[in-house]
Design a binder for this molecule. Sequence first.
Ligand SMILES: Cc1cc2nc3c(=O)[nH]c(=O)nc-3n(C[C@H](O)[C@H](O)[C@H](O)COP(=O)(O)O)c2cc1C
Ligand SMILES: C=C(O[C@@H]1CC(C(=O)O)=C[C@@H](OP(=O)(O)O)[C@H]1O)C(=O)O
Length: 367
Amino acid sequence: MGSTWGNQLKISIYGESHGKAIGVVIDGFPAGFRPDMNFISREMKRRAPGTSKLTTSRKEEDLPELLSGFYDGITTGAPICITIYNQDMHSKDYEGLRTVPRPGHSDYTGQLRYRGYNDIRGGGHFSGRLTAPLVFAGALCKDFLKQSRKITIGSHLYQVGSIADLPFDPTSVKAAQLEKLQGETVPLLDETLLPQIIEQVDSARMELDSLGGIVECAIIGAGEGIGSPMFQNVESRIASLLYGVPAVKGIEFGLGFDFAGKKGSEVNDCFMLQEDQKIGTKTNYNGGILGGITTGMPILFKTVFKPTPSISRKQDTLNIKTGLEENLEIHGRHDPCIALRAPVVVEAAAAVAMMDLYLEAYGYDAG
Ligand SMILES: Cc1cc2nc3c(=O)[nH]c(=O)nc-3n(C[C@H](O)[C@H](O)[C@H](O)COP(=O)(O)O)c2cc1C
Ligand SMILES: C=C(O[C@@H]1CC(C(=O)O)=C[C@@H](OP(=O)(O)O)[C@H]1O)C(=O)O
């Protein structure tokens, strides 16, 4: 069951991009919680496709229908099941891709794995569309974590193509800053970069091409002492969810790959007593995690999204029936830069992971 994840809180994502519906079953969510449905619908809108020329032109409302797990707007403790009906499918765009697979997408490997029975339309279950139910689960968890533990999760576009934003300050990210970013269509720390970003993404699109990008995410208020060695550590819980998101090709915590060129004396986070008399560290190169367990400092990580594989430019591929190389021109509706829609998806993955860790640490009836 590749689409089920979790220990205390289990999520199971179902559906295909051009099937009737997509959705999620969430098992283990605490009873007695009244979610803020306006907040959840705002989060769904942050991810939804078809909102500008910088996204795929497929138009979906992404309105979740609540099928179970709520009574009078309050969670009952029973499994929560939500469905999002697909509305705007152009399945003709995908004819022929079984024989002539798209470079960089799942057409070829999906067939290998499922002996040709996979639904290839719109990428089927491999589609980025399956992040809509993940965002629902994430929004529910984010709301719970905020209300019951004052845990805040937010992110910004750290890089789009060749344009780099400022990084978060690793020792002093603030809840208000993260909440402000959640309200932005293109969340940036240096907002003056927005026109350049729009121009770069649009020119990639005009050149029938696509761009990659990096999302930097921060979790604050998670507290200290959460997580367990070795395989239930905070990094692996967050990363295992994020690697389930299509187009994610790398994640780094704290200084990440830049640790390689540093000396221990430069990057050991020295302990100190903070203003509130809590133990903290003077720096936060480890991104708030030591030994897989939270230190109490902000948790920080970056996630890289590859450039959208479906580009309109003519590409080489193989006709897997004839064994002959062919040219492929993709005529469909695709994101010129997945990273632009990804911040809310990254935050959702972080929220589900933190909720699972939180229930593990504090018990099922916590909150
Ligand atoms: C929010 C989101 C939107 C995406 N939009 C597209 C798209 O429009 N066209 C496309 O080819 N891939 C898109 N992708 C990425 C593909 O689904 C992904 O590259 C493909 O399933 C292969 O998986 P992999 O890149 O993880 O190897 C999107 C991914 C996400 C998360
Ligand atoms: C529908 C969404 O994005 C889709 C993700 C996607 C892919 O290959 O991942 C390919 C496109 O699908 P279609 O050809 O059906 O328009 C995107 O539009 C969504 O994010 O909700």
